[in-house]
Design a protein around this ligand. Structure first.
Ligand code: FES
Length: 166
């Protein structure tokens, strides 16, 4: 055992490197490997009302960290939401009528960001890109997605016939 340590030390000396110097080289290698794996954050291209909606019929903030908007269900574009199985993408949110209950979740698949679609028969959100499926509670049912969707509060005002998402 002692011979082995001496042999290693002698070998390093022949290279002109101390063990500390070798460790430094090794650590630098690790740091550069880690930094090369850093994710590039792509800015959200959504600004205001985007998706398959028009700006009329929606008021409020539909993207970003402070999502809070109201949908006028009397508006021709959104009146379909009163029907079971219908859905609309508004800004960063997908709103669906799931069996008479309004649900609102983040529209982007947590795998690679593809916009989801609501499926009435399965009562779930489906990603056509790689097949991930999410429950109406946002949970992952089928991978490759591994993270849940963000769920927003959907409040229906029967008197005004509006739906508030926040
Ligand atoms: S982007 Fe949705 S499953 Fe890959």
């Amino acid at each position: 055992m002692e011979m082995n340590k001496q042999s290693r030390g002698q070998f390093l000396k022949t290279l002109g490197l101390s063990s500390k110097a070798l460790m430094a080289v090794y650590c630098i290698g690790l740091v550069s490997a880690c930094s090369s794996e850093e994710e590039t954050v792509t800015p959200d291209p959504n600004t205001g009302n985007t998706g398959n909606n028009t700006s009329s019929g929606v008021t409020g903030t539909t993207t970003g960290a402070s999502i809070d908007f109201t949908i006028d269900l009397k508006n021709a574009t959104y009146s379909k939401l009163t029907t079971d199985g219908e859905f609309a993408v508004i800004g960063a949110v997908i709103v669906a009528n799931a069996g008479g209950t309004y649900v609102a979740l983040s529209k982007a698949c947590t795998h690679e960001g593809t916009t989801l679609a609501y499926r009435k028969d399965q009562k779930d959100f489906f990603c056509s890109n790689h097949g991930s499926e999410f429950g109406i509670d946002g949970s992952v049912q089928i991978s490759p997605a591994t993270s849940s969707l963000k769920v927003y509060k959907a409040s229906f005002d029967a008197t005004a016939n509006t739906l508030k998402i926040s």
